[in-house]
Ligand binder design. Structure first.
Ligand code: C5P
Length: 228
């Protein structure tokens, strides 16, 4: 095992978007590069953890020293997360599509001459809330993300309570957040860490530095390995 503050720990991370098929060539998705989630997985591995990264479709290399479980849909992501339990800490950085098409067409939908199709949506499982309320295998530390465009801290505090997670990492993804190039797809992030104790405003930093800092906090919260 790699020595480090997370040696002997299993850390589970979700990253990237999900793709929800409409037909064989079309899908619904959120904007997500996967950069922040992948950076967290990489940082946890450098800190000595055994890391499982469940990730949607991204254009990023697999972080080294990490077990990657690629998925496409929210339902596949939930199944892969459940299969990876137990974990000491779970960080849900994926931008999961809230809805999927109620029925997936088996063949490509044709536009020639016909009426414009109506898309009926149905709700996807909430992976974070499901794991945070897991009856038998809730990780000791469950961390969610909140991307908001307004009232960032207020909505994130409400989200922490609603989802049942321990911490929320909240970031302002509005175009006026002041981060050059934008948070989504960019390399910089500015976040607020919301815990039971209150709100911390972290300075603007690279996604890799935000990941290092979060991983150090996770190691401190888990404390030394029992029996070590
Ligand atoms: O509700 P909202 O999507 O804003 O919550 C964001 C947080 O919840 C993120 O941590 C995200 O990974 C997680 N989430 C999830 N499953 C969903 C929706 C969101 O795990 N279906």
């Amino acid at each position: 095992p790699v020595p480090g503050p997370l040696a002997g720990r299993h850390v589970l991370v979700t990253s990237g978007p999900t793709h929800e098929p409409i037909d064989p060539v079309r899908y619904i998705a959120n904007r997500s590069s996967g950069k922040q989630g992948h950076a967290i997985a990489a940082a946890a591995a450098r800190a000595g953890a055994r890391v499982t990264l469940v990730c949607g479709p991204v254009n990023l290399p697999d972080p080294s020293g990490v077990t990657v479980r690629p998925v496409e849909t929210a339902r596949q992501m939930l199944a892969a997360v459940e299969a990876a339990l137990p974990a000491d800490a779970a960080i849900f950085a994926a931008a999961v599509a809230d809805w999927r098409a109620a029925r997936e067409a088996g063949e490509k939908m044709k536009k020639d001459g016909g009426a414009i199709p109506a898309l009926t949506l149905t709700e996807n499982p909430d992976i974070l809330a499901t794991i945070a309320h897991h009856p038998a295998q809730r990780p000791r530390l469950v961390v969610g993300f909140a991307a908001e465009t307004e009232n960032v801290v207020g909505y994130a505090q409400a989200k922490r309570a609603r989802k049942g997670c321990d911490w929320i990492v909240a970031n302002d993804v509005s175009p006026r957040s002041g981060i050059a190039g934008g948070v989504m797809g960019g390399d910089q992030n500015q976040v607020h860490l919301i815990t039971e104790a209150g709100v911390e405003d972290w300075p603007t930093a690279s996604k890799s530095d935000v990941a290092e800092r979060l991983v150090a906090r996770i190691a401190a919260a888990l404390g030394p390995l029992e029996g070590a």
